[in-house]
Design a protein around this ligand. Structure first.
Ligand SMILES: [Ca+2]
Ligand SMILES: [Ca+2]
Ligand SMILES: [Ca+2]
Ligand SMILES: [Ca+2]
Length: 199
């Protein structure tokens, strides 16, 4: 009787070899992909200095489209450092290519350490909550990047930073203010940009 060309042992041996080759292929492919990611990750990221912006003692900055022209502008929080420097906060407008010009506004005269941008009054433009050494202030945007003082004087602490988030899930941005050497304060927004402490 003629023996089959491939017996069971041969088939098992060849299957094992095939599996080894498949896994070797997968491993090689994975190595190449990981190698590619490594190559991307090690590509140097180079920043180029293009512009000096203002000459104040600045402690904080937030970026957002303040004048609704689809580019990111800057709201800068300043403190009084030397008499030659202004401590008023500044709004710098982007020309769309990353070049900033002074909007000409001088917003407040307190020592400001931080600013957070968000639509605090629900009219679709970005307003500003400024953390000061003293009372915190809220600045309302007219939609063109021009800000006016809401008149609120929130707390009297040495506030160093502020974050905006809807902490009580009512659809309105609230403010978490971090104070230096004093208790931090949570301010709840009534939806019109008016804040009260919690609870
Ligand atoms: Ca803009
Ligand atoms: Ca607004
Ligand atoms: Ca507004
Ligand atoms: Ca809220």
């Amino acid at each position: 009787m003629k023996r089959p060309f491939l017996n069971l042992t041969t088939i098992l041996f060849m299957s094992t070899i095939a599996l080894v080759l498949v896994f070797a292929s997968l491993e090689t492919q994975a190595y190449v992909e990981i190698g590619s990611e490594t190559a991307v990750a090690t590509t140097p990221i180079i920043f180029t200095r293009t512009q000096t912006i203002g000459q104040s003692a600045s402690y904080g900055v937030a970026l957002g489209d303040l004048d609704n022209d689809n580019d990111l502008d800057a709201f800068v929080a300043n403190v009084l450092f030397e008499t030659a420097l202004s401590n008023t906060n500044k709004v710098w407008l982007n020309n769309g290519s990353g070049q900033f010009t002074d909007s000409g506004q001088s917003l407040g005269s307190m020592d400001s350490y931080a600013v957070a941008l968000g639509d605090l009054d629900g009219d679709k433009d970005l307003d500003a909550f400024v953390a000061n050494d003293g009372e915190n202030t809220v600045w309302v945007n007219d939609g063109q990047g021009n800000f006016s003082d809401s008149g609120q004087k929130l707390g009297a602490n040495n506030s160093h930073t502020v974050l905006l988030a809807d902490v009580n899930q009512d659809g309105r941005l609230d403010a978490y203010v971090a104070n230096y050497g004093q208790a931090n304060v949570l301010w709840l927004n009534d939806g019109t940009g008016q804040f009260r402490t919690y609870p």
